[in-house]
Structures are given as C-alpha cells and as structure tokens.
Design a protein around this ligand. Structure first.
Ligand code: 2BA
Length: 109
C-alpha cells in the first residue's frame, strides 16, 4: 500500500477529487498553504495499492492545469511591502507536487 500526497491548486481540487471518487479511490482533502506564495492550496491524501499509483497520478495530471501568475516578490527586503509590490514575479502555479510514501500498516477500525 502507498500513500499519495499531492499538493494542488484550490481551483483544481473539485475536478481531481470527483474523478478519483468516480474511479473508486478514497480521498482526504486538507487545506494547506504554500510556503512561497503564502496563499491557500489543497493537499489531497490517497491511500492506494501499489499497482494503482500510476492511475491516481494520471488522474491528478489530467485534472491539474498549470497557469502563470504574477505575484508580489515576497523575498525582497520589506516582504510584501510597497516596494516589493512594485516588482512582481511571474510564477507557474497549478500542476501538482506529488509524494508517494510507503505505508507500513493500514487498518480501518
Ligand atoms: P508554494 O510554495 O506557494 O509555491 C507556488 C509556486 O511558486 C511553485 O509551484 C513554484 O512555481 C513557485 N516557486 C516556489 N518557490 C519559488 C522560488 N523560490 N522562486 C521562484 N518561484 C518559486 P510548485 O513548485 O508547483 O509548488 C506548488 C506548491 O507545492 C507549493 O506552493 C508548496 O505548497 C508545495 N511544494 C512544492 N514543493 C514542495 C516540497 N519540496 N515540499 C513540500 N511542499 C512542496
């Protein structure tokens, strides 16, 4: 058994979760915050047999769109202050950041 942790955009979460549900996967949705943009994103947890992992990843890949977004440059001195707002940086958002973890034990009690 594997645990797939995927960090995705809030906008993509409903299509991804619906499709995973339709295909019979159990999903837990967590509200999370990206360390760079410091804005909300969604983390989903999916427990699945090892041979089903490619199917889960394929659904995530199909349903998560990448987009460009201009954001305040939070790394500049002054953080999100007036100067940093004047120099936005373009970042790619969307897609998915996926971790696949080994599950030592799985039980539903
Ligand atoms: P954030 O940390 O808010 O990052 C959002 C997007 O900003 C990133 O998309 C990337 O395109 C860009 N970005 C991040 N750090 C950057 C930097 N130092 N300079 C320029 N651009 C930067 P993704 O890489 O697709 O990551 C999306 C979200 O996935 C991240 O949101 C974070 O919540 C999570 N994530 C990404 N890599 C991770 C990791 N190694 N461990 C844990 N979470 C991760």
């Amino acid at each position: 058994m594997k645990l797939i942790l995927a960090i995705i955009s809030d906008e993509d979460s409903n299509p991804v979760i619906s499709e995973l549900g339709k295909e019979g996967f159990g999903v837990t949705k967590l509200c999370s915050t990206g360390g760079f943009l410091r804005s909300g994103n969604t983390t989903i947890m999916v427990g699945a047999d090892e041979e089903k992992v490619p199917e889960v990843i394929d659904i995530i890949r199909r349903k998560c769109k990448t987009r460009k977004k201009a954001v305040p440059n939070l790394d500049m001195p002054g953080g999100a202050g007036v100067m940093s707002m004047a120099f936005p940086v373009e970042v790619t958002v969307g897609g998915a950041t996926v971790f696949v973890l080994n599950v030592e034990r799985f039980e539903k009690l």
